[in-house]
Design a protein around this ligand. Structure first.
Ligand code: ZN
Length: 302
């Protein structure tokens, strides 16, 4: 049988250096990006290759993500700058789908936005451990695992490119790759991971970039605000606020063990400002003079 050689690109994850359920830090200066792409040779016959191609098409929004990462919770980050002055419409409801079902009808205990120390990228819904948590939309389970910060977490990818996250569960009832429909019980609420008290941490992301769930869902009426969601650069205005919160949290931790790598255009005063410290303190920590010229790639203890 004729053999066809081809390769699969494995997209490695963009793994934040310190991320948590409620704080997936976006600031590129503070995350370690592992961007290596590995090429793994495969040998498949024609029939197997057809199956392979079919299987890719069956992943929701594959054309958008060009991948299906079942290991890393955050595997891709949408480039907000690509929106510029344009908008992107995301259909939330159409006749073919089961529509929207509220994951759990409970009281909101924390909204999307800045917190004391870190940014909160989801909405917390109060529940009792063991309460049923439902999938918000139809989709396919991409992640179903235990994470240090999210606890037992499920991530579902939807055909429109959105992903919904359900964290701190006491039990996961679904498997990776499983098709689910809106309203299906996917797990039970709990208090696992970095969580204080039973609640559901619910996130909505577009290509890894968090969205404020209140922009599409009424948490009072437990329904969609509209059948369509329009993404624009405004949708992501919160990012500058989130960066500040990340820097604040970073400086509150004293930058312990964290190293900043100098980039083009950096100055000591700008780095100091970013980490809530002073040029003098930076100089003392690094044994350099305030007038020292920074080198690209130079490592600065913050
Ligand atoms: Zn939360």
């Amino acid at each position: 049988m004729k053999k066809i050689f081809f390769s699969i690109l494995l997209f490695s994850s963009l793994q934040p250096a310190f991320a948590s359920a409620d704080n997936n830090i976006i600031d590129s200066a503070e995350i370690t990006l592992s961007t290596a792409i590995d090429t793994v040779p495969f040998v498949l016959d024609e029939e197997e290759m057809m199956d392979y191609n079919d299987s890719l098409v069956s992943f929701p929004a594959y054309d958008l993500y060009c991948g299906w990462d079942t290991v890393n919770i955050h595997s891709i980050k949408f480039d907000v700058a690509s929106l510029k002055d344009s908008t992107k419409n995301i259909v939330l409801f159409d006749e073919k789908s089961c529509g929207y079902v509220h994951p759990f009808e409970g009281k909101i205990t924390s909204t999307f936005g800045p917190r004391k120390k870190r940014y909160h990228y989801g909405v917390d819904i109060d529940l009792e451990t063991g309460d049923c948590v439902a999938a918000a939309f139809d989709g396919k389970v991409r992640i179903a695992k235990k994470s240090k910060s999210y606890g037992n977490v499920i991530v579902i990818r939807h055909a429109n490119g959105l992903e919904t996250y359900y964290a701190h569960l006491s039990k996961i009832n679904v498997e990776i790759g499983q098709e689910v429909f809106a309203g299906q019980v996917i797990g039970l609420g709990g208090n696992t991971g970095r969580s204080r008290g039973s609640h559901l941490h619910f996130e909505v992301r577009y290509m890894g970039q968090p969205l404020n769930p209140s922009q599409l869902i009424s948490f009072d009426q437990h329904k969609l605000l509209s059948d369509t969601l329009t993404l624009s650069s405004k949708t992501f205005n919160y990012l500058s606020e989130a960066k500040k919160a990340a820097a604040k949290s970073y400086s509150a931790k004293g930058g312990k063990g964290k190293i900043y790598v100098v980039k083009k255009g950096d100055t000591l005063s700008a780095i100091a400002k970013k980490y809530g410290t002073t040029t003098k303190a930076l100089c003392q920590k690094n044994g350099i003079k305030p007038t020292a010229k920074l080198r690209l790639g130079q490592k600065i203890k913050t």
